[in-house]
Design a protein around this ligand. Structure first.
Ligand SMILES: [Zn+2]
Length: 510
């Protein structure tokens, strides 16, 4: 029998509100709910052979239509259909999620790329791998997913588009092939490079593969270029918008730094540009899925049906939800930490498809290793989610996160507690106000945007959750010794991206 879904009625789900496609999924989801009466038997189907991981930078869960955003941001199929048909083999993110298993309450350990990706690839919380900030390097002592799969005979390849995820950062450990591109067309180029890599392999009889593609689209600036004739910059913006706001870092940083309040129409315009980036990244993902499905003559092998396809984000984005701050690095709230996360392999999936249990990015590695029948290192903190998928016993989880090694937070199904004992104000660039209370408690069910601090009203909850943070920290054993040396190149890249103060004026390419 399936594990209990707490608060299932308010769960985000692949049931959207816009298109007929969504209505059809709605019916399918109801049908699937009926299957809960049967004991799911995931292992009865054909096991997956490959792992394809797509990480999307800065993709906030509640902006996806698959997570019930009112806009069809991740329903490319509907979009292209409106323009004359969708090519065979392409699927939107919403469609892929509906064919997989959605973890509707998944959380990143830090609202910043490198710490979060280090957790995804090591199954360890930030205090264990020690990469508290983007400036760190992942140490060689820690076993990564690519290393474990490589030792098990997998061919491993990475295609990245973020300057933090490069050879020399430590994230490359275990990858036989490592491609990086930072041009404006980086996402499309990463997919093209992955396609080329696939074409050079024997996909029928060759080794199993771990293929990782990181897409950058929704990261600032919000200025989506057109793709295949679709103008993503105007897709969701109001045609009659007469303001001067845009999605550039210069404009948004300046407004934030100077405390200049944007008009509601300006805020909505910029958020519509961000949503356009999501729709574009959904389009890029569909191009990749088309390749994986074998629909193209130059790559005729269906890899998709034999793969676990996992889609996850490294963190979300504030989008001016508090203090006029648009980016992510300072956030210790759902806006920055709640991420989309789903896995898809229809041949070995039955039973419930939407899970509201709290999970973390550290659970990804044990889950896919379990699913691929590859032994995991023994002391991982993350846990396989397969017992949850298979309807087995599942103990409640909390999602812990931090800002650097100074501010800590825990998210349960009902609450978020933030502890800022030194009353630090995050100083990540861009400079600007981001006050965080010494103790902040939010009822995320009644107040999903975490606007009202109710710590005074619930001292018992504060005490209980503070204890859980302390236990979590005490139980975290640092795997990496002192921080690895950081190269000058890495510091330069960080500065380029706006993660370090440039010292004077604006960095050029952030
Ligand atoms: Zn990121």
């Amino acid at each position: 029998m399936g594990a209990r879904v707490t608060g299932e009625q308010e769960l985000p789900s692949p049931i959207g509100v816009r298109s007929e496609r969504h209505v059809r999924w709605g019916a399918a989801t109801v049908l699937l709910a009926g299957l809960l009466a049967c004991a799911p038997d995931r292992r009865a189907g054909e096991p997956p052979r490959h792992l394809v991981l797509v990480t999307v930078d800065t993709l906030r869960a509640d902006r996806l239509s698959a997570w019930r955003a009112p806009r069809a941001t991740s329903d490319l199929a509907g979009l292209v259909t409106a323009r004359g048909g969708i090519p065979a083999g392409r699927k939107s993110l919403d469609e892929l999620a509906a064919e997989g298993v959605v973890f509707a309450r998944a959380f990143a350990p830090r609202s910043q790329t490198f710490p979060s990706m280090a957790t995804l690839f090591t199954a360890r919380p930030v205090p264990e791998h020690g990469c508290f900030d983007n400036e760190e390097v992942l140490c060689t002592e820690v076993a990564t997913l690519a290393e474990v799969l490589g030792e098990a005979g997998f061919a491993t390849a990475a295609f990245t588009t973020n300057k933090l995820l490069v050879s020399g950062s430590g994230i490359e450990q275990g990858f036989d092939h490592f491609f990086a591109d930072f041009s404006e067309e980086r996402d499309v180029r990463a997919v093209a490079a992955a396609t080329q890599w696939l074409r050079e392999r024997d996909l029928q009889a060759g080794a199993p593969m771990f293929l990782w593609v990181h897409l950058m689209g929704p990261h600032l600036p919000y200025a989506p270029p057109p793709l295949e004739g679709v103008d993503y910059a105007t897709l969701f913006t109001e045609p009659g918008y007469a303001g001067s706001a845009d999605g550039s870092r210069e404009f948004l940083d300046e407004a934030y730094r100077t405390g200049r309040e944007l008009a509601p129409a300006d805020v909505e315009h910029v958020r519509a540009l961000y949503d356009g980036e999501i729709a574009r990244v959904d389009h890029v993902l569909s191009l990749f899925v088309e390749v994986l499905s074998g629909a193209l003559p130059e790559q005729p092998v269906d890899v998709l049906s034999r793969s676990i396809l996992a889609v996850v984000a490294d963190h979300g984005e504030e989008l001016a939800q508090r203090h006029g701050y648009w980016a992510h690095s300072k956030s210790v709230y759902d806006s920055g930490l709640h991420v989309p996360f789903f896995v898809r392999h229809p041949a070995s999936l039955t039973g419930r498809r939407v899970f509201g249990e709290i999970v973390g990015l550290e659970d990804f590695m044990p889950t896919v290793l379990d699913w691929l029948d590859v032994a995991a290192p023994g002391d991982l903190r993350g846990r396989s989610l397969l017992p949850l998928l298979d309807g087995g016993r599942w103990a409640r989880r909390d999602a812990f996160a931090s800002w650097s090694d100074r501010i800590f937070t825990v998210r349960t199904e009902r609450w978020r507690l933030v502890l800022n004992p030194e009353r630090i104000e995050p100083d990540d660039p861009p400079k600007g106000p981001y006050p965080i209370p010494e103790v902040g408690l939010y009822d995320v069910v009644a107040d999903p945007l975490e606007r009202h601090d109710v710590a005074r009203e619930h001292p018992d909850v504060v005490r209980e959750l503070s204890g859980r943070i302390a236990t979590w920290l005490e139980g975290s054993e640092r795997v990496c010794a002192a921080g690895a040396p950081v190269s000058q190149q890495r510091l330069d890249d960080l500065r380029d991206m706006g993660y370090l103060d440039s010292g004077e004026g604006e960095a050029e390419d952030r």
